[in-house]
Design a protein around this ligand. Sequence first.
Ligand code: G6P
Length: 338
Amino acid sequence: EIEDKGNFDYYMLKEIYEEPTIIEKTICNFTKNHFDLTRYNHVDIVACGSSYHVGLLVKYWIEQLLNISTNVEIASEYRYKKLIVQDNSLTIIISQSGETADSLAAIKIAKILKIPTLAIVNVIDSSIAREADNIIYTKAGKEVSVATTKAYIAQLLSMALLIENNKALFEGLPKELSHIIDNKMEDITQFAYQLYQSEHIYFLGRGVDYAIAMEGALKIKEISYIHCEAYAAGEIKHGTIALIEKNTPVIAIVTDNNIREKTISNMKEVSSRGANVLAITNEDILDFNNKIIVNKLPMIIQPFNIILILQLLAFQIAKLKGCSIDKPKNLAKSVTVE
Ligand code: G6P
């Protein structure tokens, strides 16, 4: 089955541009109280790759907004470790394809342990969907590009809706993302020019900004083959700062007001050692000139415009490098073998 690229040269860009429409669809399809997370005392989220990164971000939301302890596991780890089953817990498996071997094994294990399961999957009737006690289908449509973009957004939004249980909150989001697509390409391209010849790029963030940074780093790694790593900003002094040299690129994500000053102080630490700090923030940071400023949004909505910037940035870097964007070397869309 060959999907139409429309007016786009790359599936990845086409799929990123579909995000506002997918968000609209996801909000429209959301039914209140479809699944009540608050019935549980503990949540385990198990996934691989970008779906795992969705889990890392969602953990902050579930803990902060629902006060439910949440643990996130990489499926290939979960399946071989001793599992300590918490009272009244739920296991959420997040998977675009619904076919990832390790995630499928994980849901089977949760079932054997008699833990209720919820699957967030994009492909209807996929193996993980068939195993799950409860399913929420993401509405991303078929994703062709190996590096996931629209499916990541759909997973994140499905979880956000589940947590907030109030779709009115999200109604402005499609416009927000269209605004980035229409207005921020120049800034993003300017960042890409600074980054595409780098050997290493470091990302810094705290809290949800750290979780987003991990996905941003993975996107660049996957399609540009540049070594990228994300760090919890407070951790850099325990090792990574030793790698900072003159002009080492450091992308800092700064959106969480409560810990903003802490991240800014880490940015100053790397900057004083010569790093080229590129900030992505929702409020101007006067000490830094190299920055993309996005609109400030409520806590549960903010990550969406940041991740869109990072997806577009990864795309632009790969394009400048002349990489095979939709089919990166050594990677598969769906990893159905161990
Ligand atoms: C592969 C894909 C990633 C994806 C991961 C998990 O590595 O290239 O984009 O995040 O598998 O896939 P899943 O289908 O389970 O979300």
